[in-house]
Design a binder for this molecule. Structure first.
Ligand code: DAH
Length: 342
């Protein structure tokens, strides 16, 4: 039995010396130190031996066992170290390689324009508010003097919300916020409302089914058409250049009286006439007017005491004119090659 132990010892060490993978170490441990290993079997059979032999064999078996155990620990350390070194070698980082550039985002051209518009009106004493995109028929039409069957509803190709509750829609303009503001606030009022609006329309180079407007409203004692003209004149020049000419002409909107259409001389041809302005020299950018007395009255504001002006501005037009962008759809198709330019 002593001989058998000796052979086992030699064989085990020999095998151990040839191992280089961590997985093989575990197999080796099971084979030479596990429950079914030779050493364990010898230790188990001790009881059957005569006393004298039992002592010798027992002592030797324990020696072999602990020798193998400590060699295993040693070997394990070496194998792991070698492994680590080769792993580090293979996955080596070349710290001298130039880094990958981090691409930084930027604000969308429409966001930039909205910011500029709001800044100009803020400097003139207007407060900025926002309102819901999903609106009631009442605010979008009814309260703005556009009752059911009024032909002006044709101007707005409306997207209706299909739900249990009748009369909900995606707002077709930001004007409903005039009503919401006047319901909650008493004059003096000076507010602007930027936001998205929606129309059920086929898209093309100049039409989108979703776009932005900025609504404005000023209500106070003694507000006149001159205030409207002065405010919008100043606004147009600050936004589009001090040399701009601004034209006011009559127009019709049910919620204002009188209503006006505001145009600026064409940025491309300075009024001479070109393709951009349809050879008229003028580009319309705003609808506006004096708030209709009926609208005020319905909100318990006495038109004999208070008057107001309102306006609605299309936002996409502005960067299109400034940068010569010919297709409105570019703003909302998320092409980074386009968006990165601003
Ligand atoms: N809401 C109108 C539109 O989308 C624009 C407009 C015209 C707004 C006249 C106004 C206004 O506040 O007074 O076509």
């Amino acid at each position: 039995m002593l001989e058998q132990l000796q052979e086992l010892h030699v064989q085990a060490l020999d095998e151990l010396s040839r191992i280089s993978e961590p997985d093989e170490l575990e197999l080796w441990r099971v084979r030479y130190l596990g429950r079914k290993s030779g050493v364990t079997q010898v230790l188990r059979s001790l009881a059957t031996l005569p006393l004298e032999e039992r002592r010798k064999v027992g002592a030797r078996a324990n020696e072999v066992k602990s020798a193998l155990e400590s060699r295993l620990i040693e070997k394990k350390r070496i194998v792991e170290e070698v492994h680590l070194i080769s792993a580090l070698e293979q996955k080596r980082l070349d710290v001298t390689l130039p880094g990958r550039p981090v691409s930084t985002g930027r604000s969308h051209p429409i966001t930039q324009t909205l910011g500029e518009i709001c800044d100009i009106f803020k400097s003139m004493g207007f407060q900025v508010f926002e309102g819901p995109d999903v609106e009631w028929d009442y605010y979008n039409f009814e309260a703005l003097n556009i009752p059911r069957y009024h032909p002006a509803r044709d101007m707005f190709a409306t997207l209706w919300i299909d739900s249990e509750m009748e009369g909900r829609l995606l707002r077709t303009h930001t004007s409903p916020m005039q009503i919401r503001i006047m319901e909650k606030t008493r004059p003096p009022i000076r507010v602007i409302i930027p936001g998205r609006v929606y129309r059920y329309e086929a898209t093309d180079a100049t039409h989108e089914s979703m776009f932005y407007q900025v609504e404005g409203l000023a209500v106070d004692e003694n507000i006149t058409l001159a205030d409207l003209k002065g405010t919008l004149f100043e606004f147009c020049r600050r936004l589009l250049g001090q040399e701009r000419r601004v034209r006011f002409r009559c127009d019709y909107f049910p919620f204002v009286e009188p209503g006006v259409e505001v145009a600026i001389d064409c940025l491309a041809c300075n009024g001479g006439g070109c393709r951009l302005c349809g050879y008229t020299g003028w580009i319309e950018i705003l609808g506006a007017g004096m708030v209709h007395p009926d609208v005020l009255r319905k909100l318990d504001i006495d038109p004999e005491v208070h008057s107001g002006f309102a306006f609605g501005l299309g936002v996409e037009r502005i960067p299109m004119l400034r940068y010569g962008i010919e297709d409105i759809r570019l703003f909302y198709s998320n092409d980074l090659r386009f968006l990165k330019q601003f």
